[in-house]
Design a protein around this ligand. Structure first.
Ligand code: SF4
Length: 458
């Protein structure tokens, strides 16, 4: 393998670290935070009528278990379970709506999982209609969904378009037969291409495809073939995530023999293979994992400084509050995070008791808010202007330790320290998680558990 300067940087900065879809990150949240705290933050949010908000719905069902999966899923074939779950989510939304009082237009609406299209088309429509009666969707809203090409039919896509879904994201991971067999996810190119074509013909505006590197038996040559097949479908956006092998947390990953996994240098080469291929094909790096064609809204938002980051990943606009429903889902309202219970049993028991099914959360304090704004600026605008953070002198004093920790990154060309602020360079965008980490006040206290709770930055 030829070690390029970029490969050297990737090796140097590869360490466990947060993805910063929230700050403070979930390991810092408290189990003391419950229903009453979440209601209080919803009531505070009720004071901003007319202001747009985001909504997320978690649909946890899958027909089979992919062995690499890192999500909380429920494997079943029984559509009666998802029918009952639709009722549960609508019960939860009704409880939240009663507290929120004034309707707020939903400007971003996202469904993830699990496999949202495990639900039958009529279940998808019933859920969307029920939610939009409680929380009206704004004209021109971004309405997106994650789908699994193995179970998604044209009838699903037609139902989604009738609801108004306009963006779609599909998992591919790798098309190689040996890799697919090892991860228990057999999905043909034809199946995926037909779904992409159907989505385009039905008018989905932005199509994202996901790849995963570091899977068992992956080698650069076969991965490059998979990437070329993905690029042939001309997605508007691409995500390429590193596989996190954590069998002590995700028991099903024990089926994957560690001897089958590419070691760190080989894993790095897989990532570089993807990076080269995306660049050659004209995609722009949005952050470590995300890429978009220059005309796509995400790339335009990154250029125009309006990119935002929340639990949905990178988004094109910031909504002040995000309301989420379903097991494990996370709401962010009035400066507080609230995460729902992880099991269906607990979720239902809490709803039966007319409680919002919150398991843990955190209300941000002033220091959290200041650091969150810094991290968001670095992750989304790739630039931090001292004047927007209390002025140059105060900033340098308050964050002296963080600025010191950034020195090696400046020497490596990942950032430029300028008179009026800090700029992330184009190469630095690939390491933006590392650049944000020195501003995280909780990370030091999480040092011993970091490798257990965070994925690696490369
Ligand atoms: S379909 Fe997605 S969520 Fe379901 S098991 Fe596979 S990777 Fe996990």
């Amino acid at each position: 393998m030829v070690i390029t300067p970029l490969a050297g940087l990737l090796a140097k900065y590869d360490q466990p670290g947060p993805r910063y879809t929230s700050y403070p990150t979930a390991p810092a949240w408290s189990h003391e935070f419950g229903d009453a705290d979440h209601r209080a933050s919803l009531r505070r949010a009720a004071g901003s009528p007319g202001q747009g908000m985001a909504m997320y719905v978690h649909l946890p069902f899958c027909r089979s278990m992919c062995f690499y999966c890192g999500c909380s899923v429920i494997v079943t074939q029984d559509l009666r379970k998802s029918d009952r779950y639709v009722d549960d989510v609508l019960r939860e939304a009704t409880l939240a709506r009663a507290v929120l009082d004034a309707p707020r237009p939903v400007v971003q609406h996202h469904w993830g999982g699990g496999t949202p299209t495990f639900l039958a088309p009529e279940q998808l429509e019933r859920l969307f209609l029920g939610l939009s009666l409680l929380f009206p969707v704004a004209e021109g809203a971004e309405i997106s969904i994650e789908v699994d090409p193995r179970v998604t039919t044209r009838a699903h896509l037609e139902a989604l378009r009738r609801c108004g879904f306009n963006r779609i994201s599909m998992g591919v991971q790798d098309f190689d037969a040996e890799v697919q067999h090892a991860i228990h996810r057999e999905q043909s190119f034809a199946q995926t291409r037909d779904l992409v074509d159907a989505a385009r013909s039905l008018g989905f505006g932005s199509i994202n495809l996901d790849l995963v590197y570091g899977l068992p038996h992956q080698i650069p040559e076969s991965f490059r073939n998979s990437i070329d097949l993905v690029l042939a479908m001309q997605p508007d956006r691409l995500a390429c995530y590193g596989y996190a092998h954590v069998p002590w947390l995700k028991k099903h990953q024990r089926v994957i023999d560690e001897a089958w996994l590419p070691k760190s240098a080989a894993k790095l080469e897989l990532y570089l293979t993807a990076l080269d291929a995306f660049r050659e094909a004209g995609y722009v790096a949005i952050g470590m994992d995300h890429f978009a064609l220059p005309g796509d809204g995400l790339a335009k938002a990154a250029d125009g400084g309006s990119l935002h980051r929340n639990f949905m990943g990178y988004t094109t606009q910031a909504a002040a509050d995000m309301l989420s429903f379903g097991i494990t889902s996370i709401s962010e309202t009035s400066g507080a995070f609230a995460q729902n219970t992880k099991t269906l049993h607990d979720y239902r028991a809490r709803l039966d008791a007319n409680e919002l099914p919150v398991e843990r959360g955190l209300r941000r304090n002033a220091d959290d808010e200041a650091r969150r704004r810094i991290i968001l600026d670095l992750m989304c605008r790739f630039r931090l202007v001292y004047a927007e953070h209390g002025g140059a002198e105060a900033f340098r004093q308050r964050y002296a330790a963080a600025i010191d920790a950034l020195s090696p990154m400046r020497e490596d060309g990942l950032i430029a320290i300028e008179d009026d602020g800090i700029a992330v360079t184009p190469t630095g965008r690939l390491f933006v998680r590392n650049i944000a980490m020195p501003f995280d006040a909780y990370l030091e206290g999480q040092r011993s558990s970091r490798s257990q709770v965070f994925s690696r930055t490369v």
